[in-house]
Ligand binder design. Sequence first.
Ligand code: UD1
Ligand code: MG
Length: 459
Amino acid sequence: MSNRFVVILAAGQGTRMKSKLYKVLHPVCGKPMVQHVVDNVSQLGLQKVVTIVGHGAEKVKNQLGEQSEFALQAEQLGTAHAVLQAKDLLFAEEGTTLVICGDTPLITAETIEALLKHHEQIEAKVTVLTAYIDEPAGYGRVVRNSEGHVEKIVEHKDASEEELRIQEINTGTYCFDNKMLFDALSKVSNENAQGEFYLPDVIEILKNEGYIVSAYQTKSFEETLGVNDRVALSQAEQLMKRRINRKHMVNGVTIIDPESTYISADAVIGNDTVLYPGTVIEGKTVIGSDCVIGPHTTMKDSEVGNNTTIRQSVVHDSKIGNDVAIGPFAHIRPASVIGDEVRVGNFVEIKKSVFGTGSKASHLSYIGDAEVGSNVNLGCGSITVNYDGKNKFKTVIEDGAFVGCNSNLVAPVTVGKNAYVAAGSTITEDVPENALSIARARQTNKEQYVGQLNNKKNS
Ligand code: UD1
Ligand code: MG
């Protein structure tokens, strides 16, 4: 195996997306397209990864960080011009350079590896990854001679009637002999329909110079989708979604309705977990085994233990333990840590709070900026009053405390260990351990009041 390098083309503005967001940063299954490409190629043991960036340079750099080196293409003059920007970083190297577009997120590491192997085996100077597709409109077409050898690639906008009928397309992924690549790039002209320097022209240039040029056709044409507009973006989303769902099912996750289940590319799910329809799992969420998620649960960047149920609820940036029951209709907001064997019932919102082992808030509560110990019972309608309009304050509810229904705990305040708060109380001062606190107006019954009222009315 020779030295291998990769150039990722990510400087184009993506005019056809009609977006404020830079094209290669549009997410597919929650992950920016260019990140999919980098994650795929990083499995190939490459010596150098160079990403060509343009206007949105800082954003792309922030996304990829240490995973790539960068070269700036200040003006977008075409894909050949884009690769040329990597010259300073690469031209002195001996080996094979893979070039891949930042808008082809579905091409897998396996397919790229097969392309590299083919290229190295036949000792070609350039090999293009092609696919045979039903609707080739928009793609560059692979023109072969009567013996089936590759002659050139012609862009859709430059193609003749006859060439437009060709169904073998350029996927935008190539292997080059590194030295030859940079020699040939200086010979590419921009005399074409778009006035751009086309990278695929390198194939015809090297062929005319008598070098071996080759095409490697992949059978998995679904991988080769290039995302140039929102229609293709939705197709990429569908294809990637199916691929991700399939991976989880093969790993032992039950997905009741894969078509209506959305799992991010980076999520991890344990076996024997069941996902019900309408479930959306975003970001770097990790779910354990034997859980039941959904129907209609949304989770983002959260961690869930084993044997936990989360029905019709929303969970963000939080950690949830084992044997927990959440929902229906609960909202776990960022920075919450829910312990084991907890019950969070309907219409309960928890924000930036710790909720200890075995504690319960079964109905209609708001728990914000709180530290709730273990085996605490928060009755229906318990509220932490955490905000005075300017600042947020903390509520501490210690182990074994029992807070009666419809209580307000006005923070900063502590309810001591095993203490009781009587229903309907508004607690403004700390409740000591083992105490009962009643903070409500005493009830007065006015006997026979209704009769007296009626007498008054009639007189
Ligand atoms: C390109 C190929 C086409 C192929 C298709 C596959 C060319 C001329 N055409 O067309 O043969 O079938 O991909 O998806 O290469 N870019 C830059 N700088 C530029 C222009 C583009 O970095 O000056 C980047 C873009 O960000 C993108 C990639 O190169 O990631 C491809 O550019 P795009 O405009 O999408 O080319 P296509 O029209 O899709
Ligand atoms: Mg494209």
